[in-house]
Ligand binder design. Structure first.
Ligand code: SF4
Ligand code: SF4
Length: 439
């Protein structure tokens, strides 16, 4: 049988063996959590508690500010000790609510458990999605409820869950699909009802046969199809997944809703399922902690706001002074330069590379081999974009579609001259966006 996939792409080594079969462990509650108000795309949430307040696990501590925003909840019970700028994965200090653990794990009594999907309307489900504080947990961190409010005249036919987990090293979604399939299916059914969609898909790469078998069993008799996908990067990218599942092509510059499809990560669906079942909003997530620099790699469930230092220590600390620490996977995850940044809603992993892995010879000039063009899933010309970006020819770069680049990193990975294409492209995009803002 020919497996579904998309055109172009690359095949980087998966490096998932060390953690793929390790069951999810629960990290002991930290002494303190740091919860940034801006851990999603859109407007940061606004505090509804003050310093000194006693808070309970699951209690709302910050309200959504506007449509493209979500509320934030206390991930442990204790006392709010600060609301102030703290280090954030974006490299800057951003406002955060800091809670000191009281050691009692008191759960908010206002949480409502056992929601019955049959008794909920589409509008009620959309509201619950927002109240749960859900964002894209694959890394995008886009507020989930916004996807379920399509513009007038647009209808959602299909909801697709992304279980591809095509980023090397990461296995947290794999373990979630194996261990938490009933919450995942409940969440998908809720998404489908909110969207009035006729069918759901779960796309999973075939290197996770146990997850595929498990989901097929859990979805038996439901209007949900589990789709085994070819192992290829970036298979989990929204537009690639839509093409693989439905054959529909999202036009350049358009959103998936143009093709009648909404895509969510499997972890987001499982978080919604858990919320409907227990009433607990998004206060924790599963992450993979791995890489040559970590002695005991793991898949761990972590309370949001736990510092990455605490998580790394739980996994045995550093084997040796690290070469690079990446939040997420090696293809798209940002490098981090300090350990006092918190795990957030969109954090899927912590990858620690050794110095030997990171030290690479300098890059050489472009040899016009065209390999970057062959792999770009968005049919761009990364070699030209890199040249234009390097020489600050931003107008030319725009003409050649630099803003359509999804920063998947495939071109950089394949380049035999080790050109830092993605870095050049990212810098040029920021300059273009900054000049647009200036007007
Ligand atoms: S140009 Fe952008 S979208 Fe194309 S391969 Fe490079 S990073 Fe990916
Ligand atoms: S892969 Fe590298 S060397 Fe080849 S054309 Fe692209 S930028 Fe040039």
């Amino acid at each position: 049988m020919r497996l579904r996939t998309f055109k172009k792409g690359i095949h980087p080594p998966g490096n998932k063996e060390r953690t793929a079969s390790l069951p999810i462990e629960v990290l002991p509650l930290p002494q303190q959590v740091v919860l940034p108000l801006g851990q999603h795309l859109g407007a940061p949430s606004e505090p509804v508690v003050s310093v000194g307040a006693q808070v309970l696990t699951g209690q709302k501590i910050a309200e959504a500010k506007g449509m493209v925003s979500v509320p934030l909840h206390a991930s442990i019970s204790g006392r709010v000790v600060a609301i102030e700028p703290r280090p954030h994965a974006c490299g800057q200090l951003t406002p955060a609510i800091v809670i000191e653990n009281d050691g009692n794990e008191r759960i908010s009594s206002e949480l409502v458990s056992n929601h019955n999907l049959d008794e909920l309307s589409a509008e009620q489900i959309k509201d619950l999605i927002k109240q749960a504080g859900l964002v894209g947990m694959g890394g995008a961190a886009f507020p989930t409820h916004v996807k379920y409010s399509p513009p007038p005249g647009k209808q959602i036919e299909y909801v697709i869950l992304n279980g591809a987990e095509c980023e090397p090293y990461l296995t947290c979604d794999h373990r979630l699909m194996v261990e938490r399939s009933s919450d995942l299916i409940l969440g998908l059914l809720a998404f489908m009802k909110a969207a009035k969609a006729q069918k759901g898909f779960i796309g999973v790469e075939v290197n996770k046969p146990d997850a595929i078998a498990n989901l097929k069993q859990a979805a038996a008799g439901l209007p949900i199809e589990v789709l085994p996908l070819q192992v290829k990067y970036p298979q989990g990218e929204e537009k690639m997944l839509i093409y693989a599942a439905t054959g529909r092509v999202v036009p350049v510059g358009a959103l998936p809703i143009e093709t009648g499809v909404v895509v969510n990560n499997v972890a987001t669906a499982a978080a919604l399922g858990e919320y409907l079942r227990t009433g607990l909003p998004l206060v924790s997530r599963i992450i993979t902690v791995t890489g040559q620099g970590i002695p005991n790699p793991k898949n761990v469930e972590v309370r949001l706001g736990t510092l990455i230092e605490d998580v790394i220590n739980y996994c045995g600390g550093f084997k040796e002074p690290p070469g690079r620490i990446i939040l997420g996977g090696p293809m798209t995850g940002p490098a981090q330069y300090r350990l006092d940044i918190p795990v957030m809603k969109g954090t899927s992993g912590i990858l620690v590379q050794t110095r030997a892995e990171v030290e690479k010879p300098d890059h050489a000039p472009c040899i016009r081999c065209g390999r970057c063009v062959d792999v770009c899933p968005y049919n761009l010309l990364p070699n030209y974009l890199g040249d234009y970006a390097e020489h600050d020819k931003l107008g030319e770069a725009e003409k050649y579609g630099i803003l359509d680049c999804r920063e998947c990193g495939s071109c950089t990975y394949i380049c035999p001259s080790r050109r830092p294409l993605i870095q050049l492209i990212k810098n040029a995009k920021s300059k273009i966006m900054a000049s647009r803002k200036k007007g």
